[in-house]
Ligand binder design. Structure first.
Ligand SMILES: C[S@@+](CC[C@H](N)C(=O)[O-])C[C@H]1O[C@@H](n2cnc3c(N)ncnc32)[C@H](O)[C@@H]1O
Length: 242
């Protein structure tokens, strides 16, 4: 972790916090610090949460299909947080009439959706991220990821531009910092559609800080949490340079 952060006491655990004018980054377990975040305090949530991949993926350069084996080597610790533990916290922290965007693959979409509607989120839209490249699969080659969009409370008019299919190239090669890094321009588009200047967007699982970069580029404020030192430092350096 870089110099420049203070300390935040959160009950039993202490988490480091790094602040700039536009961003507050916590090096912490989201579930450990969630209790220190106030009800109805953020204007939008965008996150790409940790989950295990069952089957699929690559192993020793080959497709890993056998026996539905759990493919855990994801490049970060998933901590295996059930959706039912963290999604209710998001509902509590988000302001009323505001939007929650959560990324998922095809396998986790149903359990994420159930956890969301069970805590009263209203389903708004299923957005498709067309990655414009395919990865091999048992059935059809996969080319999409999904973004579930929910609102808390009543509908609020906003400026929804584009369509439910968002085409973006995924970060690759030297520009890729994190194993599941998402395109900044896609997040920036959602932030611009769902918030106003200087409003606050929150990401409880920020990884390399793509949501933070999108918010700062869009002139919004950002709060992010990351549990792993390596990814927290990547986020911190990234935000520092903007
Ligand atoms: C799918 S990645 C997010 C990648 C991010 N969208 C990006 O563009 O870099 C999920 C991140 O959540 C972090 N994570 C896992 N459990 C966590 C927890 N309990 N609290 C905070 N972060 C956590 C992982 O270390 C990982 O970096």
């Amino acid at each position: 972790m870089q110099e420049g952060g203070g300390r935040l006491e959160t009950g039993k655990e202490a988490a480091a916090v790094y602040k700039t004018e536009k961003a507050t980054l916590y090096y912490a377990d989201f579930l450990e610090i969630a209790g220190s975040m106030e009800d109805n305090s953020v204007d939008m949530v965008f996150t790409d949460p940790p989950f295990e991949l069952a089957g699929g993926g690559m192993k020793n350069g080959k497709l890993n299909y056998e026996g539905g084996e759990i493919f855990r080597n994801y490049g970060f610790s998933t901590k295996n947080i059930p959706f039912t533990e963290w999604i209710p916290e998001i509902y509590r922290i988000l302001k009323s009439r505001r939007y929650f965007y959560v990324m998922t693959n095809d396998r986790n979409i149903f359990s994420i959706h159930k956890a969301c509607v069970d805590c009263n989120f209203k389903f708004c839209e299923l957005l498709v991220l067309d990655k414009k490249m395919t990865v091999p699969s048992t059935y059809y080659p996969k080319r999409a990821e999904f973004i579930l969009m929910y609102r808390k409370g009543n509908y609020r008019k906003s400026h929804f531009l584009g369509s439910t299919v968002i085409e973006e190239r995924m970060p690759r090669g030297k520009e890729k910092r994190h194993p599941t890094e998402k395109p900044v321009s896609m997040i920036e588009h959602l932030v611009l559609c769902s918030t106003l200047e200087n409003e606050v967007c929150f990401d409880p699982f920020m990884g390399s800080g793509s949501t933070g970069e999108a918010c700062i580029r869009a002139d919004r404020r950002f709060i992010g949490v990351e549990i792993e030192d390596k990814w927290f430092t990547v986020s911190q350096n990234r935000i520092m340079q903007l």
